[in-house]
Design a protein. Structure first.
Length: 896
């Protein structure tokens, strides 16, 4: 480890069009600060708020930092050699028995740098495995623009400085493209207009002069209405139409089918909206029209995009500085793609990523036996999660390379812990601008994490083609980036800062298009019968948009709120008997999800908007709702072809149950236990008597009681005068047939409430410990239904005698009384089943550093090795404990 302070520049490789230049500050080998690089021409010193948080992600207590193998259903630590040997053995066997196409390589969007091209090279050296075709992200738009322009080429974002106005068409840069924000503000400062066209009321609406809210998937009509207005004003670009385009007559014929008012009605906008759009295009030339990814996500997205391209052409914005209909760039464009090695074998099978669940299940010749996943989370991000999960579970062997135990890792047999870009040397391009940037290693790999370059390298070393793969990163970059070097850059120069590719600032400036005729092609067919239809059973179109706070599913378990939020128009919600914060059931033809309702008066009444990316296992999983379809053009994924019904959750069982939570310390929150209760629909009221909150006198108004832990002694009524009334309350809840749960201190108080003595032990019990269920436990309504027990977190110096009439359900070796039932439905849990990664990490770190005053004396009993080991095992320990806790809560709450 390098000591002292360092400042290192690098480039963010996350799935984000900005590809920001970053400056990392490192102190004694540890990353302490990550900010935008002031010298990067597009970043200009401003990176997103997610970047500051990325440091927490790199050092997250949930991050997997050593290889793991699943043995007998449980994750166990393995060495790299064990993991890679096993993978190599399975690959060899499968290739021998079923051929290489029985393996699927699933590359996600998490990181698409130069060296990542080599993954596919590895699989091609193997003989060519099954790969994916199409895209979860952009396909449809590229397909449509290729039809019109011959090839999709966008204006350099720096060219928008020449724009007098801008249209953000299905794009939300305030959340997704921060580098554009100053450029947008600048247009307005110069007196130009910015129009946002989006059915949802996003953060970007605040950046604009006008927000036009078309019906989802119906933008084509709006574009046509604006084109008609321009034509009727005689303001069209005649020269472009006459000399540089084809198909104009067909386009005119399409426009002639309807009047402007009719088109606006079909688009779900007012005529005034179309007039504003047309007037802006006529009076504030040039206009930069920026297409977002929202438009791609329709089956017939090409209709929408082609209509906008045509509007750009009619209004004279094609091949003009400050104009253009721009969409994005190819992140793999500047690299030598022949290193994918696709020509090494005859064409191999591909599966459509848009329908990957179905495609996997239908792949029979040969059946997919192994799936190798890198930088992806298909069990969360691909459509129709239930089907994708079934498909993944039908493969015999899933290898997952990534950072966290996400939905997909949960279904794998091998976990390969990958480095983040901060631990790697590489080169990255961008899908949002024309700069390539250096990925310079900022810190040493965390734990035993390895770059995928190294993983594949060492995997290749186990095969006869090793020599074709084994070269240094530098050597590979020399070849992979040859097209960049040919533009006048070299690796040492690139390591020092971003390099602008030799790409046009303004594409098609010579009005020469790479179409067969060399001309721009107007949309020449339009079949509106193919546009999304209204189904009264599912009245809202579900728009699962980019989350503001994270990139897609890059989160941890602890990051998740109990439920996803879904936004509905305020009036629409009220008409259907729902108000802000209600718990609602969101149903689609393929699945259902519970969510928290948010209302917004500025949103269209026929859409439901939610942020994509929450994990399925955390109760978010919005792709449980989406249909698996493919776009008609470009093999894209029409995520927004899903319509949903939203209704209040039926008030039964836990739903709507009011639960009193008594908290004893800010360091011991309700964690997973309380989150899960909320997820099931309970309404929690938390009181902290030690901070002056009044304890309710009777159970009236609450259907259940949860008493949390804290450092107090259960026998010390002097320090905690509320113990006596609290114990009475615990008995009264139970007597009234209302379930009680006591955790740690709460467990001891429950024992005392029924006459059990509480006392201080010889030492402190700390860490994750495995206990056993007693015979009574096996027969118990709650514990009997959640066996086997994973290791569970302990942090206590007191214990208790079982009260008379109590049943011991879980017994420990060093401290026997771990879980009991008393009365009819009162449960005491000595272990902290509620911990999530944050709570556990806080306790481990605080305890080790002597921060928890009265426990400091015990820390010495636990050596340094103990703390290192527990921190290393924490991600899995917490994941197991959390999954178990959720089952316990469901069983406990069933009595509500
Ligand atoms: N913070 C953050 N940034 C990200 C990401 C993230 O997850 N979080 N993801 C990254 C990725 S993978 C991508 S692809 C990009 C996406 O970047 P954007 O395209 O900017 O974002 P999206 O939310 O995918 O879609 C933009 C908007 O399209 C709108 N939309 C949906 N349907 C229609 C329609 O029919 N008509 C119109 N006019 N608008 C419609 C949606 O309401 C949404 O607000 O962002 C990248 N950046
Ligand atoms: N409902 C709905 N679903 C959608 C969309 C939508 O609009 N609505 N949008 C779609 C879009 S635009 C996209 S791009 C896809 C994204 O789909 P995916 O790529 O499957 O999902 P991500 O959540 O981006 O997962 C990327 C993972 O890569 C990890 N990662 C980052 N760097 C590395 C690395 O170097 N190595 C490894 N091994 N892992 C790394 C990240 O931590 C993260 O876990 O989702 C799509 N899914
Ligand atoms: S996530 Fe996007 S905006 Fe944030 S630092 Fe990375 S590239 Fe920049
Ligand atoms: Mo994307």
């Amino acid at each position: 480890m390098k000591m002292g302070k360092q400042r290192i520049i690098t480039t963010c490789t996350r799935d984000c069009p900005n590809a920001c230049g970053l400056v990392a500050s490192v102190e004694d080998g540890r990353l302490v600060r990550l900010v935008g690089d002031p010298d990067h021409p597009l970043t200009n010193g401003i990176a997103c708020h997610k970047t500051v948080k990325y440091i927490d992600r790199v050092y997250s207590p949930e991050r997997i930092t050593h290889p793991m193998l699943r043995r007998h259903g449980r994750w166990e630590r393995a060495t790299w050699n064990e993991a890679l040997d096993l993978i190599a053995k399975r690959i060899r066997r499968i290739v021998e028995e079923s051929g290489p196409e029985a393996i699927l390589y699933y590359q996600g969007y998490g990181e698409r740098t130069a060296l990542k091209l080599l993954h596919r090279y590895f699989f091609n050296l193997l003989g060519g495995v099954t790969t994916l075709r199409g895209s979860l992200c952009g396909g449809a738009g590229q397909g449509a623009q290729n039809l019109d322009f011959g090839e999709r080429v966008s204006h350099d974002p720096l060219d928008h400085r020449n724009s007098r106005s801008m249209v953000l068409w299905a794009r939300n840069p305030a959340s997704t493209n921060i580098s554009l924000v100053p450029i947008i503000r600048d247009i307005r400062k110069r007196g130009g207009s910015v129009i946002v066209i989006d059915p949802a009321h996003t953060r970007s609406a605040a950046l604009a002069d006008h927000h036009i809210r078309p019906k989802p998937g119906h933008d084509g009509y709006l574009a046509m209405a604006a084109a008609k207005l321009i034509l009727s004003a005689g303001a069209e670009d005649r020269e472009f139409i006459n000399h540089f385009s084809e198909g104009y007559e067909q386009f005119r014929a399409i426009l002639d089918r309807h009047g402007v008012a009719e088109l606006c009605a079909m688009a779900g906008v007012s005529t005034a909206d179309a007039v504003i759009l047309a007037n802006t295009l006529m009076a504030q030339k040039p206009t930069s029209i920026l297409l977002g990814w929202g438009l791609h996500r329709y089956e017939n997205a090409h209709h929408l995009i082609r209509a906008v391209d045509a509007l750009g052409a009619v209004s004279g914005n094609i091949g003009v500085a400050g104009g253009g209909v721009s969409q994005g760039f190819e992140e793999y464009g500047p690299f030598d793609q022949h290193y994918w090695g696709d020509t090494l074998n005859p064409p191999r099978r591909t599966l459509l990523i848009a329908r990957v669940g179905e495609e996997l299940l239908n792949a029979t010749d040969p059946k997919i036996r192994m799936i190798f996943v890198t930088a992806a989370n298909p069990l969360c991000m691909a459509p129709n999660t239930a089907k994708v999960t079934e498909a993944f579970d039908s493969a015999e062997f899933v290898v997952y390379s990534g950072h966290f135990m996400d939905d997909t890792a949960d279904h794998a047999q091998v976990f390969l812990p990958a480095t983040t870009f901060l631990e790697e040397d590489d080169v990255t391009a961008s899908y949002g601008h024309n700069y390539v940037g250096p990925v310079n290693r900022v810190i040493e790999p965390v734990g035993e994490c390895r770059s995928e370059f190294r993983m594949f390298h060492e995997l290749a070393a186990r095969f006869p083609f090793a020599d074709r793969f084994r070269r240094s990163e530098e050597e590979w970059l020399h070849d992979l980036c040859a097209p960049i070097w040919a533009m006048g850059c070299d690796l040492p120069a690139l390591r020092r800062g971003a390099f602008r590719l030799d790409a046009p600032m303004v594409p098609y400036v010579d009005k020469n298009f790479p179409t067969p005729s060399g001309k721009f092609r107007f949309m020449n067919e339009f079949t509106p019968s193919e546009l999304p239809r209204h189904d009264p059973e599912f009245p809202y179109r579900l728009l699962t948009i980019a989350p503001h706070g994270s990139i897609c599913s890059e989160r941890t378990m602890a990051d998740h709120a109990p439920l996803p939020e879904i936004v509905l128009n305020t009036g629409e919600a009220a008409e259907n008997g729902m108000i802000d914060n209600d718990l609602v059931l969101v149903r689609s033809p393929v699945g259902q999800v519970r969510a928290r309702l948010k209302v917004d008066p500025d949103q269209r009444p026929d859409v439901a908007v939610a942020e994509r990316g929450g994990w399925t296992k955390a109760g978010h999983g919005l792709n449980l709702l989406t249909r698996d379809m493919v776009s008609a053009v470009g093999q894209g994924t029409p995520f927004y072809e899903t319509a949903v019904a939203i209704t209040p959750c039926p008030q039964e069982g836990v739903m709507g149950a009011r639960i009193l939570v008594v908290r004893h310390s800010p360091h011991a929150p309700g964690g997973v236990f309380c989150k899960e209760l909320e997820r099931l629909g309970a309404i929690l009221t938390t009181v902290s008597p030690l901070e002056g909150d009044a304890l309710p006198q009777t159970p009236d108004g609450h259907e259940g009681l949860v008493v949390l832990g804290g450092p107090q002694h259960a026998f010390d009524d002097e320090a905690s005068p509320h113990f006596v009334p609290l114990m009475r309350l615990m008995r009264e809840f139970d007597a009234a047939g209302r379930p009680v749960a006591g955790i740690c201190l709460g467990c001891q108080l429950l024992a005392r409430a029924y006459g059990g003595r509480t006392w201080t032990m010889d030492g402190l019990e700390f860490g994750f410990i495995t206990h056993r269920a007693t015979t009574a436990g096996m027969a118990d309504r709650v514990i009997g239904s959640v066996l086997p027990l994973p290791p569970l977190m302990e942090f206590h110096e007191d214990s208790f005698d079982l009260p008379e009439g109590a049943e011991l359900l879980v017994a420990g070796d060093s401290c026997v009384n771990q879980c009991f039932r008393v009365g009819s439905n009162a449960y005491g849990f000595q272990f902290h089943l509620e911990v999530d990664s944050r709570i556990a990490d806080h306790w481990i770190t605080g305890f080790r550093n002597g921060e928890f005053g009265n426990y400091a004396v015990y820390a010495e009993q636990f050596g340094e090795e103990f703390f290192v080991a527990i921190r290393e095992r924490l991600p899995v320990l917490v994941a197991e404990s959390e999954a178990w806790c959720r089952k316990v809560v469901a069983a406990w709450a069933a009595a509500l």
